[in-house]
Design a protein around this ligand. Structure first.
Ligand SMILES: [Zn+2]
Length: 81
């Protein structure tokens, strides 16, 4: 069965140009411009070096977080959310 997640995309390196790193956790989200060749996971801030990169609602995901997201989505569906 082919797995499909709404709003999940896969981006090549080209699409990550002019991105900024979002620092969350405080009262405000702080954006820091990052070099084009540095991709970090928006969820755990791990560096991502494999392409294409999974992007969910505009947030880059490392492989580990992608796995977690898939689990969460499956759980959410079960709970009817
Ligand atoms: Zn991650």
């Amino acid at each position: 069965m082919k797995e499909q997640i709404q709003d999940l995309e896969f981006w090549d390196k080209e699409k990550f140009r002019d991105r900024s790193l979002k620092i969350m956790g405080g009262p405000e989200i702080v954006s820091i411009p990052v070099p084009d060749d540095v991709i970090v996971c928006d969820f755990c801030n791990d560096q991502i070096s494999e392409f294409p990169v999974a992007v969910y609602l505009g947030n880059a995901l490392c492989r580990r977080c992608l796995k977690g997201l898939k689990k969460d989505i499956r759980k959410g569906r079960k709970n009817g959310l």
